[in-house]
Design a protein around this ligand. Structure first.
Ligand code: ATP
Ligand code: MG
Length: 734
């Protein structure tokens, strides 16, 4: 047996060797689904069933794509070239470049980020005289996104699918938005799939061509495909009678976490119908996590109804490991300190930082941990968040590069035309827009026209002229000087670098460094266009993993990944499960949150540390937090609970002394709760004389137990009314 097959168990091997015909691998976390897919790819190549370019492989993140490329290369013993391998978006971007003209675009189209989209939508709404206070562009953007997720073009939206927006004008605005995108030769993320699906639906020759090309199709994380992705896959995979339908999808219904982005779990249920005669393979051995981690995750997810149901058992040789730890802390700052301390401890024991991750429910939660890690000098990266390419100077420089690549990129041009300041006032910019719209031409053309007709004052006129001439010159230099040299020249000659050199703020030096780094990144690409596309794509998902760093990311971004140590902070009602899910009627939202918790726990190989804080700062105020119901759903047999503050929802808590040795108090900024937990606990004794742990009676809420106190406020867990914050003089000792 070949070496690569010997690394699989019998079920996995069957999934790899069943090469012909449709196949669905339905299995729990860490059972080797992705490994099966990767090995299957290699197997197809090794048995000479297809050339590398004849396999279409869809991964969920860029990181997974990279891993798959490396694994295939390792199995083949040489770098794999010309692969159709990547995320839905990356694959569709590539297809769309090949057939852009079929949807009225040129192949060098720009992929817009959400900033650009928002700017465009605002313009469209303002031109249509829609009150942006009453009807926000954010809502319109989300609406359009949802339509695109469902594969709906403006003309395909029936009255039934319309939404309540701007007195029934959403469809019209959507159509206008698509038209404007076409004019500036741009697409948004949703368009990548939408346009390609349209092309495949309406151009039989193109579809037939892809049918001939792709002999095998592989799809990871199938449970999270949305409708348009599903349509795209089905178009490519369903073949005329008599031809093989070699599609292999792997997925896990318990890890479906993107319904808010239109993912349809039904797609996985429908597989056998779509592809009659499909083989279904189940995998049951988990090779990733220790027994306690698996036990905790399985027990938790069992609280969901309507699951397909799967067996999951520990398959590691060293499956006995440390219990899952639940650590309850007094407040969010202590929580960040606890995580930071443990990361340092791990580091001292020789654990690699890249093997540790902090997974949060919502993006904003990373900040507290980022600050802590910065203080400790621990390198980290935020995967899929506000990082390098989102910084203002990088966005500006990217806009220059986009105009260089494509003069008709109006959104980019608009961003830089007066950055640095060229003396163009709002009026000039508005007339430039009006002229461009009237003549149906890009802004650059309108700018030239304004110079010729003298429609701008002398000083800005000269500056604008220099800029436009500059672009012509830089573009002309591209073929012989190369894109990196031209980019550097452009940033200097346009005055952009100088702007930051003149800037006296403390951040300016860092910004100049970032610009240099951008040129370094650009140098890694053969062409400017290739680089621009890369950035558009990584910004949407994740960054390349290079140095040894702790990873911070949302639970959503962590799907498919694994780490030795995983921190899961903020398990509190309203935060996780998220308030939105709690506000929904029915259990759907809550069940998705629980699947998210399942995904989180199953990312860990050896150590899983879940935490909650009893108090959290919301803007300037501190609020007390109720521990997440998910903490109660963890099985005692696999969990060690540590610390008192809000440990069990129904038990009285607050045993602050438990932290005394572990987390020495350091001087903190002024805040509502200034003292250590035990001091606060002592304070009511000094004020109303009601200590933590006291049973009390409240006129409105009845009996309860004090679980925290500060100044004249008490947090009371009432026996019937739940947790409330009350003023101490309104309760009496019971
Ligand atoms: P998820 O549902 O989280 O995406 P998965 O089912 O895709 O998980 P993989 O990531 O493929 O699982 O595998 C989990 C871990 O187990 C990986 O580290 C993988 O290398 C390892 N693994 C998979 N199969 C085996 C096996 N037969 N023997 C040893 N290790 C394995
Ligand atoms: Mg996987």
């Amino acid at each position: 047996m070949s070496e690569y097959l010997s690394r699989l168990n019998p079920e996995q091997r069957a999934a790899v060797e069943t090469v012909d015909g449709p196949l669905l691998v339905l299995a729990g976390a860490g059972t080797g689904k992705t490994r099966v897919l990767t090995t299957r790819f290699a197997h197809i190549l090794m048995t000479r069933r297809a050339f590398p370019s004849q396999v279409l492989a869809v991964t969920f993140t860029n990181k997974a794509a990279k891993e798959m490329r490396e694994r295939v290369a390792a199995i083949l013993g040489e770098p794999a070239e010309g692969l159709w391998l990547g995320t839905f978006h990356a694959l569709c971007a590539r297809m769309l470049r090949r057939h852009a003209e079929l949807v009225g675009l040129q192949s060098n189209f720009t992929i817009l980020d959400t900033d650009d989209q928002m700017r465009l939508l605002k313009q469209i709404m303002s031109a249509a005289n829609i009150d942006a206070k009453r009807w926000t562009p954010q809502v319109l953007m989300a609406t359009i996104q949802r339509w695109k997720d469902r594969g709906l073009v403006p003309s395909g939206i029936t009255a039934a699918e319309d939404v309540d927006f701007a007195n029934g004008r959403a469809r019209e605005l959507y159509a206008e938005y698509q038209e404007r995108l076409r004019q500036v030769n741009a697409v948004d993320f949703g368009d990548l799939l939408l346009h390609v699906t349209q092309i495949l639906q309406h151009h039989a020759d193109v579809l037939a061509d892809y049918h001939r090309r792709f002999r095998y199709i592989l799809v990871d994380e199938y449970q999270d495909t949305n409708t348009v992705q599903y349509l795209w896959l089905r178009l490519l995979a369903q073949r005329p009678q008599g031809q093989d339908q070699n599609i292999c999808c792997v997925g896990d219904d318990d890890q479906s976490i993107y319904s808010w982005r239109g993912a349809e779990i039904e797609n996985i249920l429908r597989f056998e119908k779509d592809f009659p005669g499909a083989t279904i393979v189940r995998l049951e051995s988990n090779y990733r996590s220790t027994r306690p981690i698996l036990g905790a995750a399985s027990h938790l997810i069992a609280n969901n109804a309507g699951r397909m149901g799967k067996t999951l058992r520990a398959g590691r040789n060293d499956a006995d490991g440390e219990q899952v730890q639940v650590v309850s802390l007094w407040d969010s700052e202590e929580e960040a300190r606890m995580v930071g301390d443990r990361i340092e401890q791990g580091q001292r024991k020789g654990h690699r930082l890249s093997e540790m991750a902090i997974l949060v429910r919502a993006g904003f939660q990373t900040r507290a941990f980022e600050e802590r890690l910065i203080t400790l000098g621990v390198p980290y990266r935020v995967v899929g968040g506000q990082k390098f390419y989102e910084r203002a100077e990088i966005r500006d420089a990217m806009a220059y590069l986009r105009v260089l690549n494509q003069p008709a990129d109006d959104l980019a041009f608009e961003r830089i035309v007066n950055t640095p300041k060229r003396g163009l006032g709002d009026t000039s910019i508005r007339s430039m827009h009006a002229l461009a719209r009237a003549e149906n031409k890009p802004l650059v053309v309108a700018a030239w026209r304004m110079i010729e007709t003298g429609a701008v004052r002398a000083k800005p006129k000269q500056a604008l002229h220099e800029l436009l001439e500059g672009f012509a010159r830089w573009r002309a230099a591209l073929p012989h000087e190369g894109h990196v040299v031209v980019a550097a020249t452009l940033l200097d000659e346009s005055g952009y670098t100088e702007m930051w050199k003149q800037d006296k703020s403390p951040e300016a030096a860092g910004r100049l460094d970032n610009l240099k780094e951008l040129l370094r990144a650009l140098g890694e690409f053969e062409t400017l266009a290739g680089f621009l596309e890369h950035v558009a794509l990584v910004m949407e998902t994740d960054e390349k993993a290079d140095a040894d760093r702790v990873s911070l990311m949302t639970l959503h971004a962590a799907k498919g990944l694994e780490f030795d140590t995983v921190f899961l902070p903020g398990w509190e009602e309203g935060l996780f499960p998220h308030q939105r899910a709690l506000d929904e009627s029915g259990d759907k939202g809550l069940e998705e949150e629980r699947r998210l918790a399942y995904v989180g726990i199953t990312r860990a190989r050896k150590h899983c540390i879940i935490s909650n804080a009893a108090n959290r700062r919301i803007y300037a105020n501190w609020t007390s937090q109720v521990p997440s119901r998910f903490l109660d759903e963890l099985p005692e047999a696999h969990v060690t609970r540590d610390g008192g503050a809000g440990n069990h929802r129904n038990k009285m808590a607050a045993a602050p002394s438990a932290f005394a040795g572990q987390f020495p108090l350091v001087a903190r900024k002024p805040r509502v709760i200034e003292a250590g937990a035990w001091e606060v606990a002592e304070r009511p004794a000094r004020s109303a004389g009601i200590p933590v742990g006291q049973r009390v009676f409240h006129q409105k809420f009845g009996y309860g137990t004090v679980i925290a106190a500060d100044d004249n406020r008490l947090d009371v867990e009432f026996e019937h009314a739940g947790r409330k914050r009350v003023i101490d003089t309104f309760v009496e000792k019971a």
